[in-house]
Design a binder for this molecule. Sequence first.
Ligand code: BGC
Length: 727
Amino acid sequence: MQHILTEDGFQPEAAVHFGNKFLVANGYLGVRGTLEEYTKEELAAINLAGLYDQVPDKWREPVNAPNPFFTFIRVAQQLVSVKTQVPVAHSQSLDLYTAIHQRRSEFAVKNNHITIEAKRTASAAEVHTLLLDYQVTVTEKTTLEIVTGIDGDIWDINGPHLQDYQMESGQILQLTAATQESGQQVSVGEKVFSETPHEEYFTVDQKHLLRHLSFKLDAGETVKISKLIKIYHCGEQQNPQRACRESLVTATAKDIQQAWEAHKKVWQARWALTDVEIAGDEAADFALRYSLYQLQIIAPHHCSGLSIPARGLSGQTYKGAVFWDTEMFMMPFFLHHDSELVRNLLQYRIDSLTEARKKAASYGYRGAFFAWESQEGGFDATSDYNVVDVFTKRPQRTYFKDKQIHISGDIVYALKQYFQYTGDDQLLLAGGLELALEAARFYLSYLYYKPEKDHYELIDVLGPDEYHERVYNNAYTSKIAQFTMTTALQLTEELRSRHPEVVTELLEKLTFSEDLAALKIMAPKIFVPKPAASTGLIEQFDGYFKLEDTLPKILKQRLLDPKEYWGGAYGVASDTQVIKQADVIMLQYLFSNEYTQEELTKNWQYYEPRTEHGSSLSACIYGLTACLIGKEEWAYDYFMKTAEVDLTGESKSFAGDLYIGGTHPAANGGAWMVAVLGFCGLKITKNGIQSQPRLPQKWRQVSFKICYQGQTYQINCSHEGSQMTII
Ligand code: BGC
């Protein structure tokens, strides 16, 4: 099965894209796929999960660590690097099965042919450990200097975040610095081993701590260095500087070998469970495997209380924040393979309850209104002005933070999925039920009673389609609110039957008895826009059908600047029916059993041409819904679009001068959803696991495993049906 991603030939213009595409990560940190000699100019970065900092008047974002992979060479005193000369041959590759990044560059310097080969990873077995093997071969007798150390001149979008650099050199190079906002320490250390005799000295300047290793080489000789790197930060260590040093003091070359092996073992076990094979379509097979790679490198397997940001660990874009992307798009894959991880991800939201309550209260509501862009502890990092107008350069007021109230319901939706899949009461008892009740209470307080209609409405909201702000009765939002309220009631009753005291105590603690009664009365009376009898169409929000009916390609012609924002007050899409992403179709996907095939088909056909897919979350939902209506060939293009998003790099990378690119884990999760839940028709019902495949024509077979209720199932789907075995 193809599992190596390779790019041959030196492509300097692709450095930023490759930084994402060749990312290695381990849930604790992400190492952008840049070359060893690259610096902040090429957006080299080590992105730390869950450690945030704010520089006054700038956006709060995750911290990038000093770069300990920084390495370059001099041959006969001359710098040999892709930054100074074009290599005669060059390749970059990534083994998806082992999460090991490799590069090979050949240079011709007069008659000397110099080859650099480097291999690196972020250990999956011990997340503070990073490994680099770097070797150089020459064809002529010469002197070689390998300069390797820690580059503290960090790429930041809204930085600089680290200050008070402390540098220590010697057998261990160590750079420790502290964040601006709260003085949290980040410590990076490294130790280098080489069997080839050499001389060594160190240089230190304000931001670089470098080791110079000099070798005398014969013609044809290869020299290799192995580097053990450790990174610790305050997020989970009281004294990162000490922890970092102690982890390196006694380390030997043998430890490096063992670290490589331990790392590979973890990956072997992961793929043994998670790999999906698509027979008959190599491109789809590889793109899906790549998507699963991207998902697995960013999952916080090592701890509880962390979640996954919308751009994974590929950098600081989107403020390193956690969006609904995690619950709605990434969780399904994890749930079918590693429910403990999902439990941890949900725990992050439970731990955010205090902030969510504060947010609701700040707008005059009760209950829990979760952060739209969630940082540590659930802090909402969304800016009131999330977009800069390209013409006036003025920040534009956007209402993502204030009005995207579906976020609380999305989290409850995921919680219920987890509960249904695992039957695990423990998470509900340890805060899950409280979360559901508080989310329901939030909607209770947001609802607006219309006496003439004797129903409740959600007015002034922002649905998944971000181009239309402050709308009334967004079908998706109203439905998820109603779902949250009924789910809170159901979970309360279910848990009460097994743990009556705990539930009574919780309801008392939350003084919830009146609200419980209110939920019962109000939930059924929420107005959720339904398919119209005449057309079968659901109106996305009040007045949507009265807006100008046009298409994304027409709007593109109206742009005065290609980087114009399409939504907000004056966007080209705002007064039209063109939408950014799946909205009604998202609703129909989640609650598909409440709609007829005809209603699903009609809405898909109506909304699909009007959707710009300006968000990478959109394609997979159109793909999944196309599967539901038996249109596999429509679904296929959307599957490929979502599965290849980080391979092709075809997504917006810059808004004005602001870098907004990175990886797209929601789309990666969406790829698994379309393949397995869509094409293979996998469903967990009261009667157990079911799979009714509807494969695209060229797919002969799809094979995958899932873990369900303590068993592992091997499932093979073909055009003839599916086979399931317990293994
Ligand atoms: C989308 C949101 C999404 C966010 C992060 C935005 O462009 O509209 O739905 O959560 O990106 O991926």
